[in-house]
Design a protein around this ligand. Structure first.
Ligand code: IMP
Ligand code: MG
Length: 175
């Protein structure tokens, strides 16, 4: 079980922040064709909670990405494992990411989605680790800024584990 994970952000704080982000997005996108683009796999929990706090007609699309990196390092070379199912030309796209770490993945996805000619593309990330920035990317909606620690839970994994934890936690190192 998850006994070796300590809580960094508990589920009440996450729920509160997600509610606030949903309200902000609802205000900002009123009257526009909003498409949430959930970046799989890590954002599946965040997107499902966030979507339920957006009080607008909107669509949800999924973008499966695999980052070519070893272990916990991102190379920024992103393979698309599942593409959008409908065009987003003329739509207002909001990319929903679990975490912006080096920024390389989001930079790549922004480039990719802009080729689809949306009316706008913005980024909503639950977490941001500014200490690890390698490329500056706009994070238009941000849940929490965190220090340079590897986190799990609420969709985020460590070797595919811990995605189901209802909070954001730190895996305790046994060394
Ligand atoms: P970036 O390209 O370095 O910004 O990395 C983005 C991706 O790396 C995220 O979407 C996550 O899937 C993964 N990632 C980065 N930091 C963490 C972490 O602390 N825990 C789990 N996954 C992470
Ligand atoms: Mg991710």
């Amino acid at each position: 079980m998850a006994t070796n994970v300590t809580t960094m952000i508990d589920s009440d704080r996450i729920a509160q922040r997600v509610r606030e982000l949903g309200a902000e997005i609802t205000r900002d996108y009123a009257g526009r064709n909003l498409v949430l683009v959930c970046v799989l796999k890590g954002s599946f929990v965040f997107t499902s909670d966030l979507a339920r706090h957006i009080d607008l007609p909107m669509r949800v699309e999924f973008l499966g990405v695999r980052s070519y990196g070893e272990g916990t390092k991102s190379s920024g070379v992103v393979q698309i494992t599942h593409d959008l199912t409908q065009p987003v030309e003329g739509d207002h796209v909001l990319i929903v990411e679990d975490i912006v770490d080096t920024g390389l993945t989001i930079a790549h996805l922004l480039d990719l989605l802009r080729t689809r000619k949306p009316a706008s593309v913005k980024v909503c990330a639950l977490l941001h680790k500014p200490a690890r920035t390698r490329i500056q990317v706009p994070v238009d909606y941000l849940g929490f800024t965190i220090e340079d620690k590897f986190v799990v839970g609420y969709g985020l994994d460590w070797a595919e584990r811990y995605r189901n934890l209802p909070f954001i936690g730190l895996v305790e190192s046994s060394s």
